[in-house]
Design a protein around this ligand. Structure first.
Ligand SMILES: Cc1cc2nc3c(=O)[nH]c(=O)nc-3n(C[C@H](O)[C@H](O)[C@H](O)COP(=O)(O)OP(=O)(O)OC[C@H]3O[C@@H](n4cnc5c(N)ncnc54)[C@H](O)[C@@H]3O)c2cc1C
Length: 433
C-alpha cells in the first residue's frame, strides 16, 4: 500500500480500532473520528458504586486462532477462561442450555413430545433434498414439532421480535447447536453435563470489564479523535464534515456507523438508493444492569427466558465472569429486553416490570436491596435477516464501495457479528487498502 492514501475511520468501537490496528501494522496512515467522549462503542464499561457494568453482557468466544492470539497479545494476562454455565427457565424450572439436549427435568409429556418430534424430524430429514427456505422451516426440519413448540419458536420470536417465518437462515452459521440423536436422548433421560457448540467456553477480562479490550487496542494506535461526530459525507468532494464544523478529505472512508444512519449523512445519495435503506430491519435491546446487596452462589453465567410471560429474554451474572466487577459480598446482573417497531415496549414501566419478573423467577428476593442501577438502551441490537436482507445489503455495499466508502463492523457491515467477527471484518477491510 502507498502511504499517501488518506484513510479516515468513522467510529472507535472494536471495528474502527481493529481497522486502525491492522492498518498500522502495514504502516498505513489514518485518522479515527468517534462521536462519543469515550472509545469502545458497545464494548464500553461503566463504573458505579464499586460495580463495573458492561453495555450488556459481552463475552469473548473464539473460532479462529488468529483472533485468540491477537486478543491474548492485547490483554496479556488480563484474560480468564470460563466453561459456560448457561441455563433456560422453562415450565417453572431451570434446565441446562441448549434446550434440545437437556430435556431432563421437564414435565414427562413435554419430554415425550420433544423426543417424538425430534425422531420424526430426523427420519424426514433423510428424504429432504432442498435446503430450508425460512428459519421456521429450519427449526421444524432440524428439531421437530415438540422442541419447536416448547422452546425454539417462543424464544426466537421473543428475541428477534419477528416470527421465524419471516426470517432466512443466512445468519445461522453454527450459532444454534444441533445435537445428534444419541445426545438428545441422553439429555432427556438424565442430567447431562455435555457441552455443545463453539461457544461452550468463553473468555473475559480479569479486570476492567469488556472495555479492557478496546482500551488495549487504543493503547497501541494513534490519531483517535473523540467527541468528533461525523455529520456529513460529501462523496463528490470526498470530504467529511465533523460536528465541530471541521472538514477532512479522504481517499477511503472506513465506516463503522450503523448502515441505516447513512442516508441522513451522505450528501447527494440518489433517492432510489436511499429507499433501499428503509428495508433494513433490526431489533433493539433494552439492557438494565443491577448491583444487588447479596451474594449469589449459583455460578451461573446466564439464563434464557423463552416464555412471553416474562418481559426479558435473558439475564446474566457479571459477578460470575469476574469477581473484580462487584464489591465484596455483592452480585450484579444484566437483563435484556428485546423490542422493535414490530414489537414495541412501554419503556416507562419496564424497570418495575423487570424487577417484578426477576422476583417471580427467583433471581431477586423480596428483601434484596438494589445498590446500583444502570440502563443502556441499544438502538441497533441485531440486524434482522428477512427476505429483503441479502439483496438490499448487497446493493447498499456496492453503492458505498463505488464511492470509496468501505463499511465494516457489526453495524457498518450490517451482519450478526460477534466481537471476534468484527475484529476480523476490520482486518479484511484494512488489508484491501
Ligand atoms: C446486546 C448485545 C450483546 C452482545 N454480546 C456479545 C457477546 O457476548 N460476545 C460477542 O462476541 N459479541 C457480542 N455482541 C456483538 C458486539 O457488541 C459487536 O460485534 C461489536 O461490539 C461491534 O463493534 P462495532 O465497532 O462494529 O460497532 P459499535 O461498537 O457500535 O461501534 C461503532 C462506533 O461508531 C460510533 N459512531 C456512531 N455514529 C457516529 C458518527 N456519526 N460519527 C462518529 N462516530 C460515530 C459509535 O459511537 C461507536 O463508538 C453483542 C451485541 C449486542 C448488541
Amino acid at each position: 500500500m502507498t502511504k499517501k492514501k488518506k484513510i479516515i475511520i468513522l467510529g472507535a468501537g472494536l471495528a474502527g480500532l481493529s481497522a486502525a490496528w491492522h492498518l498500522s501494522k502495514k504502516g498505513g496512515e489514518y485518522q479515527i473520528f468517534e462521536k462519543e467522549p469515550e472509545i469502545g462503542g458497545l464494548c464500553r464499561s461503566k463504573k458505579t458504586s464499586g460495580f463495573t457494568f458492561d453495555c450488556d453482557g459481552h463475552l469473548l468466544h473464539f473460532r479462529y486462532p488468529y483472533t485468540f492470539n491477537l486478543v491474548r497479545q492485547l490483554l496479556e494476562d488480563n484474560l480468564v477462561e470460563h466453561q459456560r454455565s448457561s441455563w433456560i427457565y422453562a415450565y417453572s424450572q431451570y434446565i441446562r442450555y441448549p434446550f434440545q439436549a437437556n430435556l431432563y427435568g421437564l414435565p414427562p409429556k413435554i419430554i415425550e413430545e420433544c423426543l417424538l418430534g425430534f425422531i420424526e424430524a430426523s427420519r424426514n430429514g433423510l428424504h429432504v433434498k432442498k435446503g430450508p427456505d425460512t428459519f421456521l422451516d429450519w427449526i421444524y426440519r432440524t428439531f421437530g414439532k415438540g422442541i419447536a413448540k416448547h422452546f425454539m419458536l417462543p424464544y426466537n420470536a421473543k428475541f428477534w421480535t419477528v416470527s421465524p417465518k419471516k426470517m432466512t437462515c443466512e445468519w445461522l452459521d453454527g450459532f444454534i447447536p444441533v445435537p445428534c440423536m444419541d445426545h438428545v436422548v441422553e439429555g432427556a433421560i438424565e442430567e447431562s453435563l455435555r457441552q455443545f457448540g463453539y461457544n461452550s467456553r468463553f473468555w473475559y477480562p480479569k479486570n476492567g470489564g469488556i472495555n479492557a479490550l478496546p482500551l488495549a487496542f487504543a493503547k497501541r494506535i494513534k490519531n483517535i479523535h473523540t467527541n468528533c461526530g461525523v455529520e456529513r459525507i460529501d462523496i463528490q468532494k470526498k470530504e467529511i464534515t465533523l460536528s465541530s464544523g471541521l472538514k477532512e478529505k479522504f481517499d477511503y472512508l472506513i465506516s463503522t456507523l450503523p448502515l441505516p444512519e447513512l442516508p441522513q449523512i451522505i450528501r447527494g445519495m440518489p433517492r432510489e438508493t436511499a429507499k433501499l435503506f428503509n428495508k433494513l430491519k433490526w431489533n433493539s435491546i433494552f439492557n438494565l444492569n443491577l448491583g444487588i446487596e447479596k451474594t449469589d452462589r449459583t455460578k451461573r453465567h446466564w439464563v434464557y427466558f423463552p416464555d412471553e410471560d416474562f418481559c426479558f429474554f435473558r439475564a446474566g451474572f457479571y459477578h460470575n465472569f469476574s469477581s473484580s466487577l462487584v464489591p465484596q459480598d455483592k452480585s450484579s446482573l444484566y437483563i435484556e429486553v428485546s423490542y422493535s417497531r414490530e414489537k414495541p415496549v412501554d419503556k416507562n414501566n419496564l424497570i418495575p416490570a423487570i424487577k417484578k419478573d426477576l422476583k417471580r423467577v427467583g433471581l431477586m428476593g423480596e428483601g434484596d436491596t438494589v445498590c446500583a442501577e444502570d440502563v443502556n438502551d441499544i438502538k441497533y441490537g441485531y440486524p434482522i435477516y428477512d427476505e429483503h436482507y441479502a439483496a438490499v445489503r448487497s446493493a447498499i455495499i456496492k453503492y458505498l464501495a463505488k464511492n470509496a466508502i468501505l463499511p465494516c463492523g457489526r453495524y457498518g457491515s450490517w451482519r450478526y457479528f460477534s466481537m471476534e467477527d468484527t475484529i476480523l471484518d476490520a482486518r479484511h477491510v484494512a488489508n484491501t487498502l
